[in-house]
Design a protein around this ligand. Sequence first.
Ligand SMILES: *Cc1c(COP(=O)(O)O)cnc(C)c1O
Length: 421
Amino acid sequence: MYKATRDYAKQQDKLDELSTYRKQFHIPKDKHGNELIYLTGNSLGLQPKSTKSYIDQELEDWANLGVEGHTEAKNPWLAYHEFLTESMAKVVGAKPIEVIVMNTLTANLHFMMVSFYKPTKTRYKILIESDAFPSDKYAVESQLRHHGFDDKDGLILWKPRDGEELLRDKDLETILKEHGDNIALIMIGGVNYYTGQYFDLKKITDLGHQHGCTVGFDCAHGAGNVELNLHDSGADFAVWCTYKYLNSGPGSLAGCFVHERHAHNKNLNRFTGWWSHNKQTRFNMRHEFDVLPGAEGWQLSNPPILSMAAIKASLDMFHDVGIKKLTKKSKALTGYFEFLLKELGEGMIKIITPEHPEERGCQLSIQVLNADKTLHHKLTEAGIISDWREPDVIRCAPVPLYNSFQDVYNMVEKLKSILND
Ligand SMILES: *Cc1c(COP(=O)(O)O)cnc(C)c1O
């Protein structure tokens, strides 16, 4: 059983088989040189110390080889994205043919909707969760307008019940029973950014497909955080970024999943470029378009290698650890965080993230009674980097790769002293 003592936290860190990974990251420090308690890996993951050498390799090859680097670099640039596919597929539980690293997250969401949002006069609506990430909401609204529909009429929201924060599968079933025939696309954040609720992707996909809808997920808060099993979910597509739990640096390239069942469908409409074209004849330039099979067939451009180098550094580490060990520690660490917060007093705080470990990743969203943003300022002053959401929620993500049991213990001690002040 968990214990609310510093000694216990220290001991857990000693027993933790992943504790050595923390040393492989740059941990931000305060102005006195003390390490901060960094709990915002769900917003921007920390930098692996190895990232620099991966990027330096490409800078050096560019300096020494110029254009020849496309074929002669240590990691030839023409094929660079292929070096990422297998590990990325493992991270999200997909087959290599289903995964590609390209563009940015919201861009990928649009490109996926070009192919998988195919509205008709009667079936044109898009269903999203009511507290979807703003970018996702803006993206689907603009798709509705792009196809000539009204963005209010065309949007169906899956909402929590009055007085609740989390979404219930039952309510999704009801919506689909009533409006299923009018819904073209279901697009849900696989792990909700605000509550941390991890949805049952397979259940949602099965439901959607039964009603004739295509189903896609934004896994920005899922990739590198939970076992997504995208292939088995049966989802038509998924998109995610790599700068949150995948530690690949601000604005780095994003991931995209297209289910194997669409891999060889050349009739699927899509936006294309020379990088979606057959690799053998890509440089003949005058060939008729010949689309690549699988997710690769959605690429447009030759990609930014420096960003991919940072992704490679991170994925090599994920490959090394394995998502199973990671989620095991994640459950223990987040469970400890939850335990300590509950000790602190149910009267003062409420955790809105689901209690069941299978329905969340490492993030806990903590609602603090009568709190305002000054609480966030005080936490920051105390060396805790967390995320504030109006009106009264602190989001904290103890990331299993680099956060420790002592981080979590110290965070709750500081929160306690601020609240009792
Ligand atoms: C972080 C995040 C985004 C950000 O989109 P970018 O295109 O990478 O700027 C979008 N959607 C969700 C659900 C996110 O968590």
